[in-house]
Design a protein around this ligand. Structure first.
Ligand SMILES: [Zn+2]
Length: 140
């Protein structure tokens, strides 16, 4: 897996969705420019395959479900890697913007936990798990 850093703006300024930023990033992606995280070779990757996965955004006040196409590249050493911009969380259906939005609204303390869970169609345990991860990694 190759993680790409493409998220450099603050949540409050983001007017886009995880899906549209993913599409924009992938439109400019060039596999031949990648370095292999296993063998370290530069310019050794080519497009190998792709797979679909789900991605949930929060757009105009409600969860929106998307399907995205994740590209896999293969290095000359034989290892394959999924290309995931940093706004896509590995093994998680929710996009970064969705989760940050939940945490932001939780921290505002304007609504009850029950209200937030209904608004975002999530469970209490998801909200508290994401908030715990936020506290754990907020210095990043
Ligand atoms: Zn390699």
């Amino acid at each position: 897996m190759i993680r790409k850093n493409s998220l450099f703006c603050k949540l409050i300024r983001i007017k886009s969705s995880s899906k549209s930023l993913f599409d924009s990033f992938m439109a400019g992606f060039r596999p031949e420019m990648e370095s292999c995280p296993v063998c370290g070779a530069s310019h050794s990757c080519t497009t190998h395959a792709s797979y679909e996965r789900n991605l949930i955004d929060f757009i105009q006040g409600r969860p929106v479900y998307h399907t995205i196409k994740v590209i896999r590249v293969i290095c000359s050493c034989g290892h394959t890697h999924a290309i995931l911009p940093d706004l896509i969380i590995p093994y998680n259906t929710y996009g970064v913007f969705f989760i940050l939005r939940v945490i932001a609204e939780y921290l505002l303390h304007q609504h009850s936990i029950e209200y937030l869970c209904v608004r975002f169609s999530i469970t209490h345990s998801m909200l508290y798990r994401w908030y715990g991860l936020f506290l754990e990694h907020k210095s990043l």
